[in-house]
Design a protein around this ligand. Structure first.
Ligand code: CP
Ligand code: NVA
Length: 296
């Protein structure tokens, strides 16, 4: 059966661990002589470079294409693009606005589809986050991980990963930008434990690792002024970090906005592991590509 990486929650805990194990193994020629399509409807630094270099390290050839060049559902349908590219490439990876585009690709593709960020999720980021936490802090099953800010695509994938691996997730999000009851029930069914807290102070209390992300995700630019106001009490600064466990690590998927979701002293401080985290996007990309290339 063709393997896809759409969401962390579409994996079993065993499959998630398989990808993590593949990530830390030495590169193999899993893509020797093969192409990988990298389609980007949104900008990227980390995702593009880590995926391109992972493809090269695995012996393949990446082909980067901007969304406007292909025109998903504008120049031609998502299905036609996917079926044609599946004849050229061993893997199709896409960064899209609408998660449904990824699902439509999966429905017609006989090669693996990898979600490189959608409005719903960012599984490659969550893989790098787990690799970083396990390397620098300890097994996720023993950790309390706080998320401060918007319950967005990055938050959803991270929470799914922490739950699947048996950890504790503590969410501190403004109301209406948090996980609703159905979402909390879905997360609870994955394993581990998840709690939604009334304030960022409550969410961060005793946490071993603290994550945040931009208040304004790509595509939400028109909401910038309103979001800056709503999220103004959710800046991860030194006084908030002081409530976490001693020497708690600070993490951020980046791009970061110093003075908004995180203060400069925390982002650039001694407990920040954001650069290691960003570098582990390459580790994670190798693991994901190797995993989808294996037949179930
Ligand atoms: N974290 C992340 O996905 O970064 P880019 O948008 O730069 O790829
Ligand atoms: N939540 C952010 C993540 C960027 C990597 C966005 O979707 O823009």
């Amino acid at each position: 059966m063709t393997r896809h990486l759409v969401d962390i929650a579409s994996l079993s805990a065993v499959q998630l661990r398989e990808i993590l194990n593949f990530s830390i193994e030495a590169p193999k020629a899993a893509l020797s002589g093969k192409g990988v399509a990298l389609i980007f409807e949104k900008p990227s630094n980390r995702t593009r470079h880590s995926m391109e270099m992972a493809v090269v390290q695995l012996g393949g050839h990446p082909v980067y294409t901007r969304g406007e060049e292909i025109g998903l559902d504008m120049r031609e349908s998502v299905e036609d693009v996917t079926r044609i590219m599946a004849g050229y490439h061993a893997v199709i990876a896409a960064r899209v606005f609408r998660h449904s585009f990824i699902e439509r690709m999966v429905a017609v593709s006989d090669v693996p589809i990898i979600n490189m960020l959608s409005d719903a999720s960012h599984p490659l980021q969550a893989l790098a986050d787990v690799i970083t936490m396990e390397e620098l802090v300890g097994s996720v099953s023993g950790l309390t991980v706080a998320w401060i800010g918007d319950y967005n695509n990055v938050a959803r994938s991270l929470t799914e990963a922490v739950c699947l691996l048996g950890g504790t997730m503590s969410l501190g999000c403004p109301s209406a930008y948090d996980a609703d009851d159905d979402e909390l029930a879905r997360l609870a069914s994955l394993g581990g434990s998840v709690r939604q807290c009334a304030s960022p102070q409550e969410a961060i209390a005793g946490a071993d690792v603290v994550h945040t992300d931009t208040w304004i995700s790509m595509g939400q630019e028109k909401e910038s002024a309103m979001r800056r106001k709503i999220f103004s009490k959710y800046c991860v600064n030194a006084s908030l970090m002081a409530l976490a466990a001693p020497n708690a690590k600070f993490m951020h998927c980046m791009p970061a906005h110093r003075g908004e979701e995180v203060s400069a002293d925390v982002f650039d401080g001694p407990n920040s592991v954001v650069i290691q985290q960003g570098h582990h996007r390459l580790t994670a990309a190798r693991g994901a590509l190797k995993w989808v290339m294996e037949k179930s």
